[in-house]
Structures are given as C-alpha cells and as structure tokens.
Design a protein around this ligand. Structure first.
Ligand code: 1HE
Length: 269
C-alpha cells in the first residue's frame, strides 16, 4: 500500500525539461511500465517538482508499451482495507495531476490497459499512435478498476462501453479506440511522442489563465446544473478576459497582427 513510507522509484519515472515543456516518462520497461506503489509515489514527486518554467507536460512510456496497468504483484498481499487505501492513493496522485498547474498531453503506444488507461485518461489530451490498443483486463483478473477509471473512463466513453470492456475483455485497436473517444489524435506508428510534444509546445503558449480555466473550470461546469454552470462560466470568462495578456492578444487581432483561424489551424497571416 502506498503510504508516507513508500519510497518513490524515481529511476522508473524520468523527467526531461525542454524549454516550456517537460517530458515525464514511465521507465520500467521490463515490467511493461506496470505501476507499482513506488511508481505512483514517483509520479507524484515528478509533478510536484516541476519548475515554474514548465507550462505543459508530455506523459509517455519507454519501450514497446505506454503502460500495462497496475503491477499485479502488489495485489498478492492486499486485504480489503489495504485495497481501499491503495485505490485512494492512486486517486490522490491522479487527481493532483488532472487538477494540477499544467496541462498534460499523453503520448500513447502499445498497451494502454487497466491502470494505464486510467493514467492516460487523467491527462488532458491523448495522442495514440497506430500500435496503441485500449483494454480493461480487470474483468478477466477478477478485480475492478481502482485508479479513477470508473469515473474518468466512463465519462469519456460511457458506462456501456466500460461494461463491455470489463465483462467481455474487448480490446480496442487504435483507429476504433480513437473513434470511440479514447484519444483526440491518431498518428502513424512511432509518431505519438513528436505529435504530443508539438501539441504541448502549442498549449504552453496559451495565456496561463486560459489553460487554468480549461483544466479547472470546464470539467466542473460540465458537472453542474446548467444554471450554476452559466454563472460559473460568466465569472471565469470575466477573470480570464481581464488579464493583461488576454487584452494584448485581442488587441493584436484587432490591429491585424494576431493569428487568424484557417482551415488548417490558427496561424499568423
Ligand atoms: C506485469 C504486468 C502487470 C506485464 N503487472 N507484471 N494489467 C494487465 O492485466 C495487463 C497485463 N499485461 C499484459 O497483458 C502484457 O504483459 C502486455 C500486453 C502489457 C505486454 O505483453 P508482452 O508480451 O510485451 O510482455 P509480457 O511478456 O507479458 O510481460 C513482460 C514482463 O512484464 C513479465 O514479467 P517477467 O518477470 O516474466 O519478465 C510480465 O509478468 C510483466 N508484466 N504486465 C505485473 N500489469 C488501480 S487498479 C488498476 C487495475 C489494473 O490495472 S488491472 C490490469 C492489469
């Protein structure tokens, strides 16, 4: 069980800083990046220790697979009480990532299964290369999701799809999985990291308050009644638009120097 005593296995979660972005990689290739307690603690530490220069993160996995999910060897000794605390320890770390300071872009390839899919759906944007496959083998292992999947994955693709995956062991290959909504981008095999870096660098250029509103306000508005949501939206949009950076960006467009929306993206004229 992850506790104050769990030693973060920092060699299994590497970090690389590249200007305005950081790349955090699962690096436990021999175990297909399966997530142990040490990995959870290391993820927490890596995100806690991001420098203020980091404006977006890419979450990736070394080797042939993004992540094989929970390290199943950790279940051997776990009783029911340990199980609750173990699940809650994942919730704590993944929620801190989801509602953290910077947006996270996941670069997916190979297995994105079980807790690996829970980790991926904690991220804000997902890029899947053509080798990616999505599955929830929990059903076949006689267990249940415990890393926030029943909330996050269900919101993304619906309870019926999650039920199907866990009851029948259904596996979604990249194209079908992306069409289902598991990822926003589908790229050729081997291209996920490059695309995720490109997107993270683009996201890092946004006004910080815009990214904050998207990460913190938007998902909460989506869960409120429409009436409450409209009020929250009005308050948030008022705060965001009053930032000096927003004023400068709007002025640039009105002066004819700001980027325009084109069919292939938002680009300088
Ligand atoms: C593992 C794990 C793991 C690999 N825990 N050790 N997740 C699963 O049920 C998925 C289990 N893994 C697999 O189905 C396959 O390993 C993969 C499709 C991901 C990759 O296959 P492959 O052929 O490349 O690798 P492999 O030979 O199966 O595995 C290499 C080693 O990694 C091997 O150990 P070794 O000592 O024999 O070399 C595997 O035992 C080990 N390994 N995956 C422990 N998951 C918070 S609740 C979340 C609940 C869940 O995530 S349940 C789903 C768990």
């Amino acid at each position: 069980m992850t506790s104050a005593k769990t030693v973060p296995t920092l060699d299994e979660v590497s970090v690389e800083h590249r200007g305005s972005i950081s790349i955090i990689r699962l690096n436990r290739v021999k175990k297909r990046n399966a997530i142990s307690d040490g990995v959870i603690a290391a993820l927490a530490q890596r995100f806690d220790e991001l420098p203020s220069s980091t404006k977006a993160v890419v979450m990736a996995g070394e080797g042939e697979h993004f992540c094989a999910g929970l390290d199943l060897s950790s279940l051997k000794e776990m009783d029911a009480v340990d199980g609750v605390h173990h699940s809650r320890s994942w919730h704590k770390v993944f929620t801190a990532m989801e509602f953290g300071r910077v947006p996270i872009v996941a670069a997916l390839h190979g297995a994105v299964v079980g807790g690996g899919l829970e980790l991926a759906t904690t991220c804000h944007i997902r890029v899947a290369d053509d080798s990616t496959f999505f599955a929830l083998p929990e059903g076949s292992r006689g267990i249940f999701v415990g890393g926030g999947g029943s909330v996050r994955i269900t919101k993304l693709v619906g309870a019926q799809t999650v039920m199907d995956m866990m009851m029948t062991g259904r596996v979604y290959k990249a194209a079908e999985g992306v069409a289902k909504g598991f990822a926003q981008y589908h790229v050729p095999k081997g291209d996920a990291l490059a695309k995720a870096i490109e997107l993270a660098e683009r996201i890092a250029q946004n006004a910080p308050m815009t990214n904050y509103a998207l990460m913190h306000a938007l998902p909460r508005i989506a869960e409120q009644t429409a009436d409450h949501g409209y009020l929250m939206e009005a308050l948030m949009s008022s705060v965001v638009q009053s930032a000096p950076e927003a004023k400068a960006r709007v002025r640039a467009f009105l002066d004819g120097t700001g980027p325009k929306v084109k069919p292939d993206g938002i680009k300088a004229s």
